[in-house]
Ligand binder design. Structure first.
Ligand code: PLP
Length: 437
């Protein structure tokens, strides 16, 4: 057994295949502990977690009550066989809670173990829904450039970065990518109002593919990996209207945006739009254990559960320990008023970033919704020329040893999504740390 900090780091390098990390990379940090908004590595160095882990640590690190909920559930019933004909009390309780919190009309829940599985399920549901309704030719999926929908073949194919396709071909066919809403990059819209441009493009694409051949649009309400791209207020209502007119389902990938990050339980509520399916994961358990949940429209569920039911199930659907952890996590979010806190603390952090970074020549735009923030970097404020980055470079955690603040870079933006419990002193520390760098 490896014991010293350096031996652990060396064993990590020797034994673990990390995503996106070449074996030659020097940067390797082995974490051992977390508490609140801070994490500590094997060398005893402390970091301020401005990314909320991977955009999910809503309630912060190291909550004893969550550990206790898991321990109690494991002692009672850790798991019992397939979720098709069996269920468990915790999963039922969680499904009821989620449908109370979600938009009206999404009265059914399908459990997964994470966001990637969630998007695979949603894509299958969309095609299967139309198949059951007698429109099997509706197989196409609309997605967007700069989208991220996880690692499954369906989700990867919908991802809007060539990086996820090169070397993995053939990808899943019948996926068509649209322009993302990114108002700061007005050049994308040739001077036109961004929403007008995007709606016209959507209508044209639907006409090209054939309205009767499209199953669904899969989209993040705010694009995370793409650089926290916040659409104009009228974008989602107008997209919804167009899709409705053509019988196309709207799937919101809320793997990042749900459970308080925007200040609402779901970004769908923030934008005042009801999708047909919402895919969630991450913040559902604040990362204490892997779990995902799809909120499914009653009209969709009715088709899926007809006949012999929906033929997609796996070992960990509705895992009782994960459900117990999620219930405790949701209780904490509610009890501590973290939805309101996300708005307040997010606004405070935004103002702090403006004050600390606004005058820097490389800072083009600082944008935020709730506790999702981005600082877009440019070489010149006037021309908004993007700061050059390695082509298609993947977002990586940017570990700032100088300041001990962990942020993430997404293309030419630095993105922040700290725990919703962030306090004003910690917000100041993030802003000051970023200025130093
Ligand atoms: N969808 C979005 C919007 C995400 O940001 C992610 C992960 O970051 C996923 C899906 C994939 O989720 P997971 O990593 O839990 O499989």
């Amino acid at each position: 057994m490896t014991s010293t900090p350096d031996a652990l780091v060396a064993a990590d390098r020797a034994r673990i295949i990390h995503p996106y990390l070449p074996a030659s990379a020097e940067e390797r940090v082995v974490m051992t502990q977390g508490s609140g908004c801070r994490v500590t590595d094997v060398h005893g160095r402390s970091y301020l977690d401005a990314t909320g882990g991977l955009w999910l640590a809503q309630i912060g690190h190291g909550r004893a009550e969550v550990a206790q909920a898991a321990q109690e559930q494991m002692s009672r019933l850790e798991y019992f066989t397939s979720f098709w004909e069996f269920s468990n009390d915790r999963a039922v309780e969680l499904a009821c809670r989620l449908t109370e919190l979600g938009p009206d009309g999404l009265g059914h829940v399908y459990f997964t173990s994470g966001g990637s599985e969630g998007n695979e399920a949603a894509l299958k549901m969309a095609r299967y829904y139309h198949h059951r309704r007698g429109e099997p030719e509706r197989t196409w999926i609309l997605a967007r450039h700069k989208a991220y929908h996880g690692v499954g073949y369906g989700g990867s194919s919908a991802n809007g970065f060539p990086l996820y396709h090169e070397g993995f071909a053939p990808m899943v066919p019948h996926i068509s990518h649209l322009t993302p809403p990114w108002p700061y990059r007005s050049e994308l819209y040739g001077g036109e109002d961004p929403t007008d441009f995007l709606i016209r493009e959507l209508e044209e694409r639907i006409a090209e593919v054939g309205p009767g051949r499209i199953a669904a649009m899969l989209a993040e309400p705010i694009m995370g990996v793409g650089g926290m791209l916040v659409p104009p207020d009228d974008y989602w209502p107008r997209v919804r209207e167009v899709l409705d007119r053509h019988g196309i389902l709207l799937i919101f990938d809320e793997v990042v945006t749900a459970y308080g990050r925007t200040g609402s339980w779901f970004a769908a509520q923030h934008f005042g739009v009801t999708p047909d399916i919402i895919v969630t994961a991450k913040g559902l358990t604040s990362g204490y254990i892997p779990l995902g949940a799809l909120l499914v429209g009653d009209h969709v569920a009715e088709q899926l559960t007809a006949g012999d039911g929906f033929p997609m199930g796996y070992t960990y659907n509705g895992h009782p320990v994960a459900a117990a952890v999620a219930l405790e996590n949701l209780r904490i979010i509610e009890r501590e008023g973290l939805l309101a806190r996300a708005v307040e603390a997010g606004a405070g952090l935004h103002a702090g970033l403006e004050a600390a970074l606004g005058d820097l020549p490389v800072v083009g735009e600082i944008r935020s919704v709730g506790m999702m923030l981005a600082v877009e970097l440019v070489t010149d404020k006037e021309s908004r020329t993007p700061l050059p980055v390695r082509p298609e470079r993947m977002p990586h955690d940017v570990i700032r040893r100088e300041t001990g603040v962990i942020v993430r870079d997404a293309a030419h933006s630095l993105v922040l999504s700290p725990p919703l419990i962030l306090d004003p002193a910690e917000a100041k520390e993030i802003a000051a740390g970023m200025r130093t760098v």
